[in-house]
Design a protein around this ligand. Structure first.
Ligand SMILES: Nc1ncnc2c1ncn2[C@@H]1O[C@H](COP(=O)(O)OP(=O)(O)OP(=O)(O)O)[C@@H](O)[C@H]1O
Length: 271
């Protein structure tokens, strides 16, 4: 599914390379967690894998294709096979949950079908099932700006469910979830990815969850792969080296306090 060799890349606006020679191969249906200190390049790598950020050098193949050598139409078709759940899901404030989740189907739909679904949402049973899997049953017609940060994050994961993609890339999907919901969400994602043969890559700040739930762990530090190992072979020494000078992240993963699952949501009625 993915083949990267000596890949270097930088986010738009960055002068120096953030990814400095990444070698990585991922088979179809494989699942792995990306871990590493803040600023290691996890998000940048996921954007490269989503064919959203063009590498500066090295080689990249996604599903056997070099995305940046494709025509615009071919690149669109390739991107339709990839689902990226960003760290802060861009959900338009007044949008209903059902529309936000169905947005996952847009790349596969014609313009006419997309417009029709705005007027009369389709596939409601599937959306309901996806929401239920992420403990959001009953939120189908809720406005996304009336959800807590944790609920919005789970809406973004329910989108993956509806997506026809063969590659799921999720960037720190658990930062606003309480521990129990974080585990449930991970299990739901992993089980569904496995059932569909989808490749799943998740960047995670919670190292303990990564080790407990993913068979393969890639440790990224300063834009390089420090280790790429089965979870059972990742030792405390590996983690100490990965998080050297950032030990506080290993002990207490960063959370988003304002978006915490339990944070009160202030709703301002508006016309
Ligand atoms: N638009 C940008 N312009 C310049 N530098 C950037 C830009 N975006 C990210 N960077 C830098 O690139 C490096 C890698 O960032 P990235 O977001 O990929 O790391 P990360 O491992 O995902 O971090 P985190 O765990 O905090 O999300 C950081 O040093 C960051 O400051």
């Amino acid at each position: 599914m993915l083949d990267l060799k000596a890949l270097c890349a930088a986010p738009a606006g960055a002068q120096a390379d953030v990814l400095k020679g990444i070698d990585l191969q991922v088979a179809a249906g494989e699942q792995l967690a990306l871990i590493g200190p803040s600023g290691a390049g996890k998000t940048t790598l996921l954007h490269v894998l989503a064919a959203a950020l063009r590498p500066r050098s090295g080689s990249l193949e996604i599903a056997g294709q070099s995305p940046w050598r494709l025509s615009a139409a071919e690149l669109r078709a390739l991107r339709a096979q990839i689902f990226l759940a960003p760290q802060a899901p861009p959900l338009p404030p007044r949008q209903r949950v059902v529309t936000a989740v169905l947005a996952a189907r847009l790349p596969a739909w014609s313009l006419l079908r997309s417009l029709r679904s705005l007027l009369a949402p389709v596939d409601l049973a599937e959306v309901q099932a996806a929401l239920a899997r992420f403990d959001l049953a009953g939120k189908l017609f809720e406005r996304v700006d009336r959800l807590s940060g944790g609920e919005r994050q789970r809406v973004a994961l329910a989108r993956a469910w509806l997506s026809p993609a063969r590659l799921w890339l999720v960037d720190e999907p658990l930062s606003a979830l309480d521990p129990q919901r974080a585990v449930q969400a991970l299990q739901a994602l992993r089980e569904e990815a496995q059932a569909r043969g989808v490749s799943l890559l998740a960047s995670l700040h919670h190292v303990d969850l990564a080790l407990a739930h993913f068979p393969r762990i890639v440790g990224l530090r300063e834009g390089r792969v420090l280790f790429d190992l089965p979870a059972a072979e990742v030792s405390p020494a590996h983690l100490r080296e990965l998080y050297a000078q950032h030990e506080e992240e290993l002990l207490a993963p960063p959370v988003m306090p304002l978006q915490a699952e339990t944070a009160a949501v202030t709703v301002y009625p508006c016309r």
